[in-house]
Design a protein around this ligand. Structure first.
Ligand SMILES: Cc1ncc(COP(=O)(O)O)c(C=O)c1O
Length: 445
């Protein structure tokens, strides 16, 4: 039993504190129950844009980008656009001097429409259709990451000029994360295994194609990777493979991309990824291993997605119904798995906060559920909300900036919510709400 359980008033005051590390840098609360992000009152945002709506704190994103550049001054930082991409986000990444990891012709097109230079884009994906490749070539994408043996000939045939490529390699390192977020171990769909010899085969085949210039290796261990030692292990294995390539082919590859996946906290008390330690150790280990192997040190790239944008986003929902059951109280909101499928995909859970009116009663545990026709449509379990939570109240869910908007769907024919940039008291739409008209536009009748 905690002190807060013994003294309900303490519970009330505790619940009105913003959990450190989970909310955007500019988030503030007031005694009247307001919640402001980027100087914008989220109740006003909800009134203007409707709910659900995602507020996106531009200041927070910029400061995360700068933290990465400061911690990794000689390393290329490529924002993984799959976490969240639209024209304004591409512009932001460009302004912050980042490269961009894209994963489809669509991502190339959106980023290019936002003015992001294609030469700083890196195209990934275990499947790249001819359409994806045509869009990438037309835009002039700088580097393409080969993910399978089958891709090599297709790429060489379609490339209009000599194309820089990297090879995605499976280093055989467990990321220590959810199975659905693991991509660096054997027997999964991404990359070419060092252990099976597929990666060495791919090197031979690529070097035999004059249309392709092999500039480096790539690996990505997975997402929500908490421990830096997973990356140091991968870096060692990647340098060993670089050395093998140098021995076999007399070629020293100048680039090494060690992917993204740096964890962010989604719950109070969860540790953030130790970026400073990562910055101090990983480049140093790569340099030391290269020195021992007699190799030139390659330029390093990292590809954070979530770590740059997750914390910037706050989803605002309106409570539609409160049902008090025998054992649980369900608070149902006007969004759910269509705007945030992470709970259904990975069992992710979120903190939730009521705002818009003062907290006068102690908090009680509730389950926050979405509006969709699946019982896995649960946003939060056993979270504390004021006991008088009622239909019409506004709820805020932090950590909504990554893999929410980009993973959203039209399940139950719901329009995807808007994403609104908030900064210096102004609210500027990045993505508008999808309407019924949008849904009907693609319905061929
Ligand atoms: C190749 C690659 N790089 C980077 C990322 C970004 O991962 P995260 O957003 O967890 O940093 C992903 C995510 O799936 C990925 O597949």
């Amino acid at each position: 039993m905690t002190l807060a359980d013994l003294i309900p008033s303490l519970r009330t005051s505790l619940s009105s504190r913003l959990e450190p590390g989970l909310w955007p840098e500019t988030a503030r609360t007031t005694c009247e129950g307001q919640l402001l992000v980027g100087g914008v009152d989220l109740a006003h945002l909800a009134a203007r844009f409707g709910t659900p709506v995602i507020a996106f704190d531009v200041t927070d994103v910029r400061s995360r980008c700068r933290a990465y550049r400061a911690a990794l001054p000689d390393v290329e930082i490529a924002f993984a656009g799959k976490a969240f991409l639209c024209k304004a986000m591409a512009r932001l990444a460009d302004q912050e001097g980042l490269a961009l990891d894209v994963c489809s012709g669509g991502e190339v097109a959106v980023a290019a429409a936002g003015g992001f230079p294609a030469s700083r884009m890196v195209l990934h994906g275990n499947v790249k259709t001819d359409e994806d490749l045509k869009i990438a070539f037309a835009a002039g994408v700088g580097r393409i990451v080969i993910d399978s043996l089958d891709e090599i000939a297709a790429l060489a045939t379609l490339a209009p000029t000599r194309q820089q490529v990297l090879l995605r390699v499976v280093p055989g390192v467990d990321a220590g994360t959810h199975a659905g977020l693991t991509t660096g171990t054997e027997d999964q769909k991404f990359g070419l295994s060092i252990a099976t010899g597929a990666a060495a085969d791919a090197v031979r085949r690529v070097l035999a194609r004059p249309e392709l210039e092999l500039v480096g290796l790539h690996c990505h261990l997975g997402s929500q990777v908490r421990e830096v030692r997973r990356y140091t292990e991968a870096a060692r294995r990647m340098v060993a493979f670089l050395a093998e390539i140098a021995r076999e082919h007399g070629v020293e590859l100048p680039q090494l991309d060690i992917g993204g996946g740096h964890a962010v906290p989604y719950a109070a008390g969860e540790n953030a990824f130790d970026l400073t330690y990562f910055g101090r150790t990983v480049p140093a280990i790569v340099a030391a291993e290269c020195r021992d192997a007699g190799l030139e040190v390659p330029r390093l790239t990292v590809e954070p997605g979530r770590a740059l944008v997750a914390r910037a986003g706050v989803t605002v929902y309106r409570v539609a119904a409160v049902k008090r059951g025998l054992r649980r109280t369900f608070v149902a909101v006007d969004g759910g798995m269509s705007d945030n499928p992470r709970p259904a995909l990975y069992g992710a859970r979120y903190p939730v906060r009521r705002f818009g009116r003062p907290v006068r009663l102690p908090s009680a545990p509730v389950t926050v559920v979405g509006r969709h026709c699946e019982s896995s449509d649960v946003l939060a379990e056993d979270v504390l909300l004021p006991a008088d939570v009622a239909a019409g109240d506004l709820l805020a869910v932090p950590c909504s900036g990554a893999y929410h908007s980009s993973l959203a769907s039209n399940y139950n024919q719901t329009g995807r919510p808007p994403v609104v940039a908030v900064a210096s008291g102004a609210a500027v739409p990045m993505l508008r709400r999808e309407t019924i008209e949008d849904l009907l536009l693609r319905d061929a009748g």
